[in-house]
Design a protein around this ligand. Structure first.
Ligand SMILES: *Cc1c(COP(=O)(O)O)cnc(C)c1O
Length: 357
């Protein structure tokens, strides 16, 4: 793929060392953009200064939500190099989402090349403080100026970059989770396995409810019986029950997390028995009550792992373990972040160098 590069003539001031970056608020100097036109395919790959885009008010993405996104990070390793983590998995998942959403696919190697190229141009924006990273947001939107309900014939693929602070400012911090019994996020046969805007709009009402009740995240139950555990807002969920690792199987309504996949592989390497299966909320409540629920943690790119110390389901409030971070949760966090920031040997070939052009 040929990428035309137009560099900014007025670079922005970068955040100062030690400045709080937060998440998703600061954007770098450049972005990647590429057009799709029916009959012509993807064309005009380019890197340009970060800027507003202009769309017709009738652009289809505004009305029927035909869009797909990904979420990944670039890490400044302790050796000074810039790395991605399993970017081929994001490229695959993007296409898996796109097929469901009637969005044209992007060749995996082009997706990864585009990510590397734009990260390389803005490599000085990758922060270096402990736990910080450059968040990468690739996305595709439907751009036809048309109010009919049909797949668009034109699209934009863009990649924007945002330096982000450490998810945990002072070590892993456990969260309290609300098991939602009224609203549902996705159903089998729907689009729960895709990263698309509609899934996140569907989650807002429950999130507000959970926050108002003092819980930071929502754990979803299945959309049909409201009986089986699915996942958290933007994380998959994993349990350690009686020494075994148990996580909901990918059934079509759950987002197939790359962190989830990595954690399953690491746990197997470490000799744990891992079960991907249906877990009913009743099984969970019973395991919490009889003490066999040893650890609970969410998994996702943002936090890597997020220990859970409290679960609420209807009238049951379950405290997990001693309220502190479980030893396996901590060990998994150390292993994955060790690979990402090049502090540990990468025996699985997951760390991908972003070469200097
Ligand atoms: C992105 C996301 C995840 C986690 O996926 P990772 O690839 O591990 O970051 C899990 N659930 C939902 C709903 C998500 O949007």
């Amino acid at each position: 793929m040929e990428i035309k590069v137009t560099k900014t003539t007025s670079p922005k001031e970068k955040p100062k060392k030690g400045e709080k970056l937060g998440f998703g608020k600061i954007f770098t100097d450049h972005m990647f953009i590429m057009n799709y036109t029916e009959g012509k395919g993807w064309h005009d790959a380019r890197i340009v200064p970060y800027q507003d885009i202009s769309l017709a008010p009738s652009a289809m993405v505004f009305h029927y939500g035909q869009e797909m996104f990904e979420g990944m990070k670039a890490y400044r390793g302790v050796d000074g190099n810039i790395y991605l983590f399993r970017p081929d998995m994001n490229a695959k998942r993007a296409n898996n989402s796109s097929r469901r959403l009637c969005i044209p696919e992007i060749p995996e190697e082009d997706f990864v090349e585009a990510v590397k190229a734009v990260v390389d141009i803005d490599r000085d924006w990758v922060p270096s403080e402990e736990g910080t990273s450059l968040y990468i947001r690739p996305f595709v939107i439907a751009t036809d100026a048309f109010l009919g309900v049909a797949p668009s014939k034109t699209y934009l693929f863009m990649i924007i970059l945002s330096p982000s602070g450490a998810y945990y400012e002072s070590g892993l911090e456990p969260v309290a989770i609300w098991i939602e019994d009224e609203y549902v996020r996705a159903v089998r046969g729907g689009m729960g396995f895709t990263k698309t805007g509609g899934n996140y709009v569907a989650s807002l009402a429950a999130q507000v409810k959970a926050h108002d009740s003092g819980y930071s995240q929502v754990l979803w139950l299945d959309g049909v019986e409201r009986k089986y555990i699915e996942e958290v807002g933007a994380m998959n969920i994993c349990f350690k029950i009686n020494g075994k690792i148990v996580t909901p199987a990918l059934n079509g309504s759950i987002l197939p997390g790359i962190t989830r996949d990595s954690i399953i592989k690491v746990c197997k390497d470490w000799g744990y028995e891992v079960e991907e299966r249906k877990i009913s909320v009743d099984e969970l409540v019973a395991a919490a009550k009889d003490g066999s629920l040893e650890e609970v943690f969410g998994t996702g790119t943002a936090a890597v792992v997020s220990p859970v110390n409290k679960l609420r389901y209807e009238d049951d409030v379950m405290n997990i373990g001693d309220g502190k971070i479980g030893p396996l949760t901590q060990k998994l966090y150390d292993e994955l972040t060790g690979i990402q920031w090049a502090k540990r040997e990468d025996t699985r070939g997951w760390r991908v160098l972003v070469d200097k052009a």
